[in-house]
Design a protein around this ligand. Structure first.
Ligand SMILES: Cc1cc2nc3c(=O)[nH]c(=O)nc-3n(C[C@H](O)[C@H](O)[C@H](O)COP(=O)(O)OP(=O)(O)OC[C@H]3O[C@@H](n4cnc5c(N)ncnc54)[C@H](O)[C@@H]3O)c2cc1C
Length: 456
């Protein structure tokens, strides 16, 4: 007979979101147990799977600060202030992410997760590794695991990622809405080593993009002087992973589309032909709770495609908001907390899913489009002149804490306004515009935008 454990709060999944939540809940004096399917990543290297590095931005940073762990993370961040676009001739163009002081930050997934696990344990959370959740009995409040051990809980937080076992159970319950859709594109990571002297081969204060309309390559810097490049490409079709499975095909593909990386990656053909190719999906579901005691957070609630760099940031924001709600409403065990929180937050999960899909088009296609670049220029000019009237959607998502649904709606209105501004005032061929007319249109249009004082 396997032991039966009891936990006041049980967290399924010790990934990024689960381990941050464990820290935050321990700081509130709750007894926290984490069940993690994998071995302890601090002792055993984790095989390649999800991305090696991630972009951490303001929403995630705010949550890490709220948990008191940002000091440990800050020295490991590599700030990226702009996008650097590489065309097929290797010519570069630039696009700032926001004001000169605003940046997103490259951070290693494993490094960040290890810090959070350390902090969770230090704060007193009990973590069971190699402990895969296989099912639950919500009536008895019991979790079953692969090892045969069972865990009784008072509250269960599902932070077990895009393929959540807890969510799998919820799908079988009445009136649970669920959709999962795969992108026709997958991704494949390519390692660009440092120069022999340990320095970076490309500028490291920027996110590099090679936009090629229906596909793209991006690169984020790592602290050891390397870059992790990620190729996003359809699985099938004329230009696809299917068509680059031999060394010759891969060599030709890179020579055609990304010739400027060749001097930097000696085994590029090998890597492009054989590195693991993974799929990308969007999960939407509701409600995120089952009654009073079970709540989905992070990718378990809202797995999204990675093009806005917000999946982890959104999951961290879930954690911060939940804890703030609990603090304001009388604690974690206050009746109605999970249902109310789930209802409040879920539209933002759907909004960031939409935003992420939209940003894929922007990154792979529009960053090389003169009309889009002119639009960005006009927006930046107007927003500098009237910072309280026009906050670009990217800024709302990345450098603010407004609900994602507000950023989505603001972007929709801005798109309408800018289509008119480009149509009626701009000359794309020369990159010029009628400043007075554009200003008048944008001043009028911006009355429909959400108030700037929402941005905190
Ligand atoms: C290519 C790519 C690039 C990305 N880039 C960014 C980015 O730049 N910025 C950003 O913010 N986000 C990014 N993301 C998204 C980000 O990776 C996720 O949103 C984030 O990892 C979600 O954290 P999580 O803890 O919810 O899930 P996960 O990180 O997946 O953690 C889930 C944990 O649960 C464990 N687990 C799973 N099933 C079970 C089970 N049955 N029992 C017990 N444990 C279980 C897993 O082992 C894992 O440790 C990217 C994603 C991809 C795929």
């Amino acid at each position: 007979m396997q032991p039966r454990h009891t936990a006041q709060v049980l967290i399924a999944g010790g990934g990024l979101v689960g381990s941050l939540l464990a820290v935050m809940l321990r700081r509130r004096g709750l007894q926290v147990t984490v069940l993690e399917r994998r071995p302890d990543m601090r002792k055993v290297p984790i095989p390649a799977g999800r991305s090696i590095n991630l972009a951490l931005s303001d929403r995630g940073i705010r949550a890490l600060k709220a948990a008191g762990v940002f000091e440990q993370v800050a020295p490991l961040l590599l700030p990226m202030y702009r996008r650097t676009m590489h065309d097929r001739q290797g010519r570069l163009s630039y696009q700032p992410y926001g004001r000169p002081d605003q940046c997103i930050n490259s951070v290693g997934r494993g490094t960040l997760n290890k810090i959070l696990l350390n902090q969770a344990e230090k704060a007193g959370a009990q973590i069971y590794f190699n402990c895969r959740v296989t099912g639950l009995d919500p009536a008895q409040k019991v979790i079953f695991t692969e090892t045969g051990e069972t865990f009784h809980y008072e509250k269960l937080l599902a932070c077990d990622g895009a393929f959540s076992a807890i969510r799998l159970y919820l799908i079988t319950t009445d009136r649970f809405n669920y959709s999962q859709s795969y992108l026709e594109h997958g991704y494949c990571e390519i390692h660009m080593p440092p120069n022999p002297d340990g320095s970076w081969r490309l500028a490291h204060d920027t996110l590099h993009i090679w936009p090629r309309k229906s596909f793209m390559l991006i690169a984020l810097p790592n602290p050891d002087g390397s870059f992790t490049c990620t190729l996003f490409l359809p699985f099938e079709g004329d230009i696809s992973f299917q068509k680059i499975s031999t060394l010759q095909e891969a060599e030709q593909f890179v020579k055609t589309w990304f010739p400027d990386i060749i001097p930097h990656i000696s085994d590029y053909a090998q890597q492009f032909a054989t590195n693991i190719r993974s799929s990308l999906m969007t999960v939407r579901c509701s409600p995120w709770n089952l009654g009073e005691d079970i709540l989905l957070l992070g990718d378990a609630a809202h797995a999204i495609v990675p093009f806005y760099g917000q999946g982890m940031n959104a999951g961290f924001e879930d954690v911060r908001l939940l804890c703030e709600w609990a603090d304001k409403q009388g604690g974690f065990f206050t009746k109605g907390l999970f249902p109310r929180f789930a209802q409040f937050r879920q539209p933002d999960g759907h909004a960031i899913a939409d935003l992420a899909l939209k940003n894929f088009v922007e990154m792979r296609d529009l960053t090389a489009d003169p009309a889009f670049l002119l639009r960005k220029q006009i927006e930046a000019w107007f927003s500098e002149k009237y910072p309280h009237l026009w906050i670009p959607q990217y800024t709302l998502v990345t450098f603010s804490h407004v609900p994602y649904r507000v950023a989505l709606e603001a972007g929709r209105i801005q798109d309408e306004i800018m289509e008119r501004v480009l149509r009626e005032t701009a000359d794309i061929a020369t990159g010029s515009w009628d400043h007075a007319r554009a200003e008048a249109l944008m001043l009028e249009g911006s009355k429909r935008l959400p108030a700037a004082d929402l941005v905190v």
